[in-house]
Design a protein around this ligand. Structure first.
Ligand SMILES: NCC(=O)N[C@H]1[C@@H](O)[C@H](n2cnc3c(N)ncnc32)O[C@@H]1CO
Length: 147
């Protein structure tokens, strides 16, 4: 899994078109979304994650909690983003991982939104620009090699 974490004044998105034959079903309300004062986390779920998706979710949770604690963010925007890796996981595995991560972040007390999966989306982001505002993390199941 590759994550790009951007501490932001806001992130807002608008669904434009389907990018998969079978994108995640969404309500009218989910076609647009915005969070203010948020840690935006752009995520590519990778092929290697398919060997142990549960472990990758927990490792991603640990990393996000660590960064959120450092930048004092209590809101997280989980954003499916298929552009951080050339070794992407299958869509059904990726969606399952992102749904589980969203659930675990809520368990930990964060206010969480997740952008819809399988769509092209317009988005606006205001990065805060402080030294910890732009970070990346790579996560793999134990025993796998970080490419
Ligand atoms: N910017 C727009 C976009 O990325 N759209 C992506 C994601 O929403 C989602 N997607 C598919 N596979 C993956 C994956 N392995 N990891 C994350 N998202 C995925 O499906 C769209 C087309 O690849």
């Amino acid at each position: 899994m590759r994550m790009l974490l951007i501490h932001s004044d806001y992130l807002e998105y608008e669904v434009k078109d389907r990018a998969l034959k079978n994108p995640e079903p969404i309500s009218e309300e989910q076609k647009k979304g915005r969070l203010d004062e948020v840690l935006a986390v752009f995520i590519s779920v990778e092929k290697v994650d398919e060997t142990n998706p549960e472990e990758v979710v927990e490792k991603a949770l640990t990393e996000i909690k660590d960064v959120a604690g450092q930048v004092k963010a209590n809101r997280v925007f989980v954003y499916p983003f298929a552009h951080l890796s050339s070794e992407l996981a299958k869509p059904d595995v990726a969606l399952d991982v992102l749904r589980k991560l969203e659930e675990r972040l809520r368990d930990e007390g964060f206010e969480v939104k997740r952008a819809p999966f399988g769509y092209y989306k317009a988005f606006k982001l205001s990065c805060k620009g402080h030294p910890l505002a732009e970070l990346s993390r790579t996560i793999v199941p134990t025993g796998e090699v970080k490419a």
